[in-house]
Design a protein around this ligand. Sequence first.
Ligand code: ZN
Ligand code: ZN
Length: 295
Amino acid sequence: MQKLPDPVLLAIPYFLLSMPLERWWIARNRAGSGSSVPKGYDTRDALTSIGMGLGSLAQTVALGFIVVRALEFLYSHRVYTVPLNVGTVFAFVLLEDLAYYVFHRLGHEVRFWWAAHVTHHSSQYYNLSTALRQSWMVILAFTWLPWIVLPLLGFPPELIFFQKNVSLVYQFGIHTEVIRKFPRPIEWLFNTPSHHRVHHASNERYLDKNYGGILIVWDRLFGTFAEEDFADPPVYGLTKNIASHNLAYVAFHEFIAIAKDAWRAPRWSDKLVLIFGRPSQIEAVRKRAGLLKAS
Ligand SMILES: [Zn+2]
Ligand SMILES: [Zn+2]
């Protein structure tokens, strides 16, 4: 198929212009806005997010060939060659968004993948710069595995990378407190700033909700949807915040915690749970193996 443009490269001016614009807008509208006033920007926090974004980009430039080669290899062993027309491209967009949902949900439920994804949740602010706070371990932690189904089904890798980046650009724009709610049909169908604020919140009722990429219907379908309640505003960040602006620490702290836990756990079965388990299992194992006091 013909070469497609890179939506992320095309969107760079939009990324660069929209952040100062959002910051200016929040500062201008802050006075007298009452309790729903956006938290806005913290310069060090925003610079950390931008640094993480640049590091993540460097990772893609250096190691992206691994994913490209893997998807091309799988495409060469495809079960079918999908003819590209309006119907199949529509189906593809749905499937790609479903792959994103699976990746994102596993990114919260499997500790090894959470260690990569936690980076994105480590800011206690919620603005456009937060969107750039991306993992440096996407490729080496194999968080791209949910997408391997698509080339096997017969969708060209070129199209997959294009749509993945369309989704990334779309999701940049929902990291904002400036927009409260869209009209109901939009809020029903799409992932919006309101839905994604819930996803970034550490409030008990909002935890592990709203994993969708472009569409929110997957969460409605699989029981992980939560509506933002303006009476209970999101408290952004982690349940235990890291309070660090050291880029390497932000990138690797949970991988280090996993290594320490796995090293200290005496049983092999415990080591496996500590690396790949769900948060609830991990707490139980850490308690049993006596790892809680020492860490
Ligand atoms: Zn997440
Ligand atoms: Zn986000």
